[in-house]
Every structure is written in C-alpha cells, then in structure tokens.
Design a binder for this molecule. Structure first.
Ligand code: ADP
Ligand code: ZN
Ligand code: ZN
Length: 744
C-alpha cells in the first residue's frame, strides 16, 4: 500500500479567502518544520511566492488550522517549484500575531503576510545580508605602507595602520577613500572584511535628570518588565514624554532586549533619530516610506537576527520581527497615519497592542491628545494612566486667544488683528507659524459674471460637484480627491467672460499675501506641494534658521522639527471642521488645534496662539479653551456613548465601487442580506452613497455594520463573508472591508 503524501497548505498574495495546496518538490521530506518558510509555486499561468502555513500529513493536519476545506487528493496536486528558505522566515509570535490579524481584519492570510513582509522578501529574495563592512591592512600592507607614494592610497593606509575602520567611519575621515581602497586591494595591501552591524556604536550621552512625574512614569513602566502591560502616557507637547521613552528603552537595552518605537508619518525627522542615537549609544535603525527596498529588507533581517536593538519606524514597522522584544512605544498614538486606509486596513497601534500582549512586554502609548479609544481604556483601568502635567524644563504654556472675524475685512483670509499680531511678533524678534489646512492657491475658481465654477468632472459630493483647487498662483487647476490636473481657463467656459476669480485662500495665496505685507522677512511655505521629499522639509527648516520669519503650512507643520524661536501660532480656516458630518471630526480638529498650539513657545520664550474663526461661541472651542483637551475629551466621550458610536460601539465598513451605482448597490444589498441571515446583535446601515460618492469616475457606496458587542460583529462577518465572496455580484465591483474604520 502506498503511504499518503504530505501536502503543503500555502498562503498566497491573492484576494481569495482561502489557502492553496501543493505537493512538496520531489525529494523534500515535508514536515511541520516547513511552516513559515517561503515557497515558489505555479498559480494559473504565473508563479507566485507564498508561505507554508500548514502541513498535512496523510489525513492528519498539523499546524494551526485556518478553517480551509479538506485538501484535494494529493495525486492531482501540482508540485511546488521551490522551497526558498532554509529555516522558517516567519515563526513564533509574529506568525501567530499575523494569523490573528487575518482573522480580525477578515482578510486573506496571504494578503496579510504580503503586507507584513518587505518587498524583496515578498518577491522571494533571500534574507538580506546585514553585515557592516570594514577595511584593514593585509600582512603585506603593513610592511609596504611606508614605501607607498603620497596620495589617496597612502593616506588610507596610514589611517588603517591604527587598526581596522568601519566604512561609515571612513566616510567621515577621508574624502573619496574608496578609490584608495580599490588601489590598495588590487595590490593585495588591504582587504574588506564583514563585521557585525551592532559593533558600530557611539557612547551614550546623559539626558536631564527626570522630574517627579517622569520618574513615576518610568518606574511604572520598569515595574512591568517581562510582562504585558499597556500605559497611556498623557502629557502636553514638551512635557518630556520622549525622555520617558528614552529611559525605558535604555533599561530595555541594558537587559539585552529589543525596543520598537512607532512614530507618525511626519514625526520621523532626522532630529528625532539623532536624539535617540545620541542618548542610547547603540545603532538606531529607522524604517519609513522614504527608504529603498534594499534598506527595508536589511532592517527586517537585522531585526529577525536580533542585531537591531532599537528601531524607530512609521506604521509598517509594526510588522518587524522582534525575537528579543523588551518594549514597544507608540508616540502620538492618536495620529491618523497609524491606520492604513487601503489594501489591508490595519491599525498599527491596535496591532502593536496585540503583539505586546503576545510578546509579554510593556507598551507605552504617548500623546498630548490621546484618542478617545485609549482614554476610555485608561479610565476602565485596562491601561495604566501616566500623566505629565507640566512642561519639562523652563518652557511655559502658550496663551490662547480667539479672534472673532465676523464682519471683519479679510486679506487672503487673514484679519487685521492677525496681521497686526504677526507684525508685533516679528518686531520682537520671534518667528511666526500661520497654520491653514488647505494647500494650493484657492479652493474655488469662480466666474463673477455667470456663477460658473471649475469642477472636477470625475468626482462629486452628495449635493454637488467637487471644486478643483487653484494652484500655481492661478495658472493650474487640480482635484485633491483624484489628482486630476488641467490648466486654468483664461475665460469662463460658460459665458466667455473674463471675470474669473479665485475664491478663498489656500497656503499658496496666504504665502503671497504675507510676502507682500512683510517683505523684510522670509516667508516659507510647507505643504505637500513644496516638500515632496522627506528630507526637503528638514532642509527648508534648516535654512529658515532662528531669525524673524514666517512659516505657512498645513498639518505637516503640526509636529516634527523643533522650532525654539516660534512665539506666535496663528490658526486660520478651521470653521469647516466645526461642522463636518464625520463623527470623528471634532476629535480630529481638537487634536490638531492642541498639537499646533503646542508648537508655540517651546523654549524660554513665552508663546501665543491666535484662533481665527467665525464661530467664537462654538462649544468645541469653548470647552477646549476653558478646560483643555481633557475636558473636551470627557464631553466628547459622553456624546459618543449617547449616540452609540465608537469606542462604545464597534464598526466595520463595507465599501463597493463600480462605473454604475446600481451595480455597487446590488452587491451591497446582497451582502446586507447575507449579514442579516447571519443574525446576532448587528445594526446595518446602508447601502448609502459614500461621503465622496463619485471619485475618479467610479460610483461609490458603502454599508456600515455596527454592534455594541465586538464578538457579535465578528461572528456575523465570519458567517457571511464566505457567502459574500461567492456572490456573482462580487465579481462586478471593487469591494473592501474595513474593520474599525477611521474615515467614514
Ligand atoms: P515631549 O516628547 O513630551 O514633547 P520631550 O521629551 O521632547 O517632550 O521634552 C521637551 C524638552 O524638554 C526637550 O528639550 C527635553 O530635553 C527637555 N526636558 C525633558 N525632560 C526634562 C527634564 N526632566 N529636565 C529638563 N529638561 C527636560
Ligand atoms: Zn461665466
Ligand atoms: Zn477628481
């Protein structure tokens, strides 16, 4: 009798909610030790890289099941083409946590794995080499050194005579040393040798002694060493949260453990990295979207090998392997950039909490403006609530004043009071930040003769078209929803009149007005238009220096680079945020206002904040001004509970888009029926048009699922999704599921 053949059950990066079975290549003795190794397999007419997640031996399934159906008969299965990893690439805690994420987000495991892995690993490249390189003289080089003619090779040989040098150290010591190195190597006088990356380490610099509140926070985190505990570190900007992180990380390093720090997309500045590097005295790895594939793959490998001890990264760093984990830190935990809004819609903060629990390590969630979710968890004592009430050092909190602009003449949206305050701050030798969360020249181009306005012909809102934003001082139109661009017309396309006017003001127009008004100081605009590249912002701010000047910008300026000479923050154009339909809009606006205000007066100069509005009596502003973010958050939590919104209810959003609205509607109706049939305590809302019902020519609808009980929500999805995937309507639309959506 023939013995049963083993089967690999493989997760592949395809949008199908199932695993795929393959025979191991001939001659390979399959076992559970294959779980977590990458394989190359035939799939249709192509080959794909996937991960073995189960091994079936005979009728016995080993490994953790994912609820897939019984395997096809092994004899009819295609063989895999190749086994790519000598040992499992994903294993232990990380593989388990990713399986959890697939279940929680109801996404195919293969897509979750593909999101978690850096591009090169996803494409089947081997685990990257993580050695640093150094140069040393050979035996022959040591004796020949003195006979070399003067020049680059000789100078390099002199340097190396003192001992081997790492390549980064050579970069600092000798211009264009590589030519010299090549010359020496050719004659056998010097050689390149691999050294462990972690050897390259400066000695740590001490920080300021912690104050009492910082000490208490540090002690609380250290007391949780070696077990899971979550802490909300709640302290205003400049209160010394980063110092708390640094002490906790230093302790983690002293115990030989790894620390992971997640920061918002715009928070990972060279300044931040330099501070971590200087203070910790170990190499600090950075991971962000500006890195090349090779660098990302090397950081991943360095983490997997336990060589990287500290990583500071943006959202996707939450997927790094941490075999010696000791601590996770989420800075600015309320920040929207931790949620991925397309593809696999995960929340890095929430997934980091899951990993901290699985890794049995403490996790610190730091913020000056904590999310309502985290505040609720702290109040329920699921998180320790650590408070830093005062600004550290000598800085004093800024004064905040509301400027009522009703009936006041405005210049590019700026009131006379605001312009006067800017002038006074400049005269006193300070710097000014004018914050406006709208880039471009003007939000609307309008014909004064007939009322025509420039609209995007591919997008629309529920009630009307979407205006195109005026850019380049009026020469270009751009849609901020789909990216469409076209030149601005010279005459009105409807009436032929020449009375086209830019209505309202974006950052470009404010910059223009301030340049005209304050010609003696530099005016620097910071938004996505001027700073496409990550390091551009840093360079621009460096040239700005400390002399009087004005920064104009969007929320890119809400944090990041330290501006010690900033004495006035002027906030304009917040009124539309006061009346948004999104139930999270007040929370987002309050966070933004507090964060921007926190930029004023960081060092020894007192700061001032001016809020310009047409609604000085608005409850959000009144609460925020009278009681600060804490009072606002309490009031907002009460409202959320009354309205049955998160964090008191759990949401999932199913989106669908198609060229015709009825196609998307038919799919969501069928999905709704499947969810209703699943039963449970579930409220279904929709299908309804999305907030932006037409984008880039597609009609978009959505179905909102809500339940006070998280388990009921997931049970309904578990029961209904197989049916929904199989719907004939599903093939005619682009659809997605977003668990815990943040943009409704
Ligand atoms: P946060 O992360 O809350 O914005 P930081 O940790 O960056 O605050 O601290 C703000 C500033 O105050 C930094 O310049 C820091 O060096 C300084 N600082 C922090 N803690 C202390 C302290 N205990 N004594 C003196 N200065 C401090
Ligand atoms: Zn007209
Ligand atoms: Zn558009």
């Amino acid at each position: 009798m023939q013995s049963p053949q083993p089967v690999w059950r493989v997760a592949l990066p395809v949008p199908l909610a199932r695993l795929f079975d393959y025979r191991p290549p001939a001659g390979h003795a399959a076992s559970v030790a294959d779980i977590g190794r990458r394989v190359r397999v035939p799939f249709g007419s192509r080959e794909l890289v996937g991960l073995v997640v189960e091994v079936l031996v005979g009728v016995l399934a080993e490994g953790v099941g994912d609820g897939a159906a019984d395997s096809d008969a092994p004899a009819t299965l295609k063989p895999a083409s190749a086994l790519l990893d000598p040992t499992p690439l994903l294993h232990g805690e990380l593989l388990d946590s990713l399986r959890w994420l697939a279940r929680y987000s109801h996404a195919p495991l293969g897509e979750v794995l593909a999101t978690a892995l850096p591009t090169l690993l996803r494409h089947g490249e081997p685990l990257a080499d993580t050695h640093a390189w150094a140069w040393q003289l050979s035996e022959a080089g040591r004796t020949a050194r003195e006979r070399l003619r003067p020049g680059k090779p000789r100078r390099l040989a002199e340097l190396l005579h003192a001992g081997p040098r790492d390549e980064p150290a050579l970069d600092d010591a000798l211009d264009d040393w590589r030519g010299g190195a090549r010359a020496l190597a050719k004659r056998g006088l010097a050689e390149r040798v691999a050294v462990p990356a972690s050897r390259v380490a400066p000695s740590p610099q001490p920080g300021p002694p912690p104050n009492d509140e910082q000490r208490a926070a540090i002690d609380a985190v250290l007391a949780a060493r070696g077990r899971f505990a979550a802490f909300l570190l709640d302290g205003v900007t400049g209160s010394g949260k980063t110092e708390v992180y640094l002490h906790a990380i230093a302790d983690c390093l002293a115990r030989g453990k790894q620390a992971l720090v997640l920061v918002p997309e715009i928070g990972l500045t060279p300044q931040t990295l330099a501070r971590f590097r200087a203070r910790l005295g170990v190499p600090v790895h950075a991971l962000h979207s500006g890195l090349g594939d090779g660098e990302r793959a090397r950081t991943w490998a360095a983490c997997a090998r336990g060589e990287a001890r500290v990583v500071v990264g943006t959202r996707s760093a939450v997927f790094l392997p941490l075999p010696d984990a000791g601590l996770i830190v989420i800075d600015e935990e309320h920040d929207g950039s931790f949620k991925q809004l397309d593809g696999l819609r995960y929340h890095a903060r929430d997934f980091a909490l899951v990993r901290a629990k699985a890794l049995r390590v403490p996790i610190i969630l730091g913020s000056a403006t904590p999310s309502l979710e985290s505040l609720k968890n702290a109040q329920a004592e699921r998180y320790g609530h650590l408070r830093l009430r005062a600004r550290a050092g000598v800085a004093v909190p800024p004064t905040v004043r509301v400027v009522d602009v009703r009936k006041r003449p405005l210049e590019a949206g700026l009131s006379p009071e605001l312009l006067a305050a800017i002038g006074a701050a400049l005269d006193a030798g300070g710097q000014v930040l004018v914050f406006k969360n709208r880039r471009g020249y003007a939000p609307v181009l309008l014909c004064h003769d007939c009322g025509w306005s420039a609209q995007c012909n591919r997008c629309s809102t529920p009630t009307q078209g979407t205006p195109m934003t005026v850019h380049a001082g009026g020469r270009r139109l751009q849609c901020h929803h789909c990216g469409a661009r076209r030149p601005a017309p010279n005459a009105c396309p409807d009436c032929g009149g020449l009375a086209l006017q830019s209505q309202g003001a974006g950052t470009e127009r404010i910059e223009e007005a301030l340049n005209a008004r304050f010609p003696e100081v530099p005016v620097l605009r910071i938004d996505r238009g001027t700073t496409q590249r990550r390091d551009a912002l840093e360079g621009m701010l460096a040239t700005f220096g400390r002399d009087p000047g004005i920064l104009v910008g969007t929320q890119m300026l809400a944090k990041g680079h330290d501006l010690p000479n900033l004495t006035l923050v002027a906030v304009v154009g917040i009124d539309e945020g006061l009346f948004s339909a999104d139930f999270r809009a007040p929370e987002k606006l309050a966070q933004l206002l507090v964060q921007v205000a926190g930029r004023a007066g960081r060092a020894d100069k007192p700061g001032q904040v001016l809020l310009q509005t047409h609604h000085p009596q608005h409850p959000l502003l009144m609460t925020l001004l009278a009681g600060g973010y804490g009072a606002f958050a309490q009031a907002e939590l009460v409202q959320r509970e009354e309205a049955g919104f998160p964090p008191f209810a759990h949401l999932a959003l199913m989106r669908a888009e198609a060229k015709h609205a009825d196609v998307a509607n038919a799919f969501l109706q069928a999905a709704r029926a499947a969810l209703q049939a699943a039963g449970g305590e579930l409220e279904l809302n929709g299908p309804l048009p999305a907030p932006m019902p037409r984008r880039a020519g597609y009609q978009r609808l959505q179905l909102l699922l809500s339940s006070p009980d998280r388990r009921a929500l997931h049970a309904a999805l578990d029961a209904a999704l197989p049916v929904i995937y199989a719907l004939p309507e599903a093939r005619k639309v682009r659809w997605s599921l977003d668990v815990d959506p943040t943009d409704l």
